[in-house]
Design a binder for this molecule. Structure first.
Ligand code: HEC
Length: 262
């Protein structure tokens, strides 16, 4: 009976330890170590270990009594014997012990470093690498040649980004669907401002320079408010809503001259 209970307890705390090791180390996340659930697991494991220690001790005494060995001082014994087998304490080579102590010291250093420093902690290393990469991308974006009125072209892959930028910067005056509000409808073939021969260049030029007639449409590009590549994306989006997408339901009345730009 007693050994059954003990076996169960051992299985339980071994399981707890395995689960903990899995999450704390293999998942490489030091946050798990300080997680409230982990702390509950430590406490339960500790209690189970203490219980199993006392159960073992009690059983050991019983088995020694049975074997009538408890008072035999000639034999050096190790303090456990729940299975009735007596373990003798013979000397281990000194080198083994030294190696054992060295591993303890190393494990303490390693464990400490893992928890409290960024040495040997993959989570930390990942965060640093990730941050550096973002920085590199930002720098690259800054140095990257920007689109200009000469190089601008329509590309489908710009549409999604362009839509986001349009909603952030332009939708207040031109409506989310581009159908017009304070500013004119951008989805029809009527243009107040017409300086370039193609639609994409004309749009790019207006966003870059603003409108000469109406300063409400400001020079987003020339003032540095929006970079060339982003203007190219917005222009691609306007090309898309003007030429490809279904027209808005309630667009603003036409303004300017009817000019069909390709
Ligand atoms: C504060 C309001 C406002 C914002 C913000 C604004 N616009 Fe305008 N936009 C206008 C007005 C007003 C006009 C009409 C200018 C004119 O009469 O020449 C205009 C004109 C235009 C035109 C030319 C239309 C034509 O018929 O000539 C385009 C293209 C355009 N805007 C695109 C944009 C884009 C793209 C953005 C965002 C980056 C933007 N606008 C942001 C108010 C705005």
């Amino acid at each position: 009976m007693l050994s059954k209970q003990r076996a169960l307890i051992k299985i339980f705390y071994s399981l707890f330890i395995i689960i903990f090791i899995f999450y704390a180390f293999l998942e490489c996340n030091s946050d798990y170590i300080k997680h409230p659930i982990s702390i509950i697991i430590y406490i339960i494991s500790l209690i189970l270990m203490i219980i199993s220690y006392f159960l073992e001790k009690k059983n050991y005494k019983n088995s020694l009594d049975e074997n009538n060995l408890i008072n035999n001082n000639d034999i050096k014994k190790i303090d456990h014997g729940f299975d009735g087998i007596l373990e003798l304490d013979n000397k281990i080579p000194k080198l083994w012990f030294k190696l054992f102590y060295i591993t303890i010291v190393i494990s303490i250093i390693y464990f400490y470093s893992f928890l409290f420093t960024n040495f040997a902690n993959p989570q930390f290393e990942y965060k640093i690498a990730y941050r550096n990469q973002l920085k590199e991308i930002k720098e690259y974006e800054k140095k990257k040649p920007q689109a200009s009125i000469e190089t601008v072209k329509f590309d489908e892959k710009f549409i999604n980004d362009g839509k986001k930028l349009f909603n952030e910067n332009c939708a207040t005056c031109h409506n989310v669907d581009g159908g017009g509000n304070i500013g004119p409808n951008l989805t029809d073939d009527y243009w107040i401002n017409h300086t370039e021969k193609t639609l994409i260049k004309n749009v790019f030029s207006i966003i870059w320079n603003g409108s000469k007639n109406n300063k409400v449409m400001r020079a987003f590009g020339a003032s540095g408010e929006i970079k060339g590549n982003d203007i190219q994306k917005i222009s691609s989006y306007i090309y898309y809503i003007n030429k490809i997408k279904k027209k808005p339901n309630n667009p603003k009345f036409p303004e300017g001259e009817k000019i069909i730009l390709e």
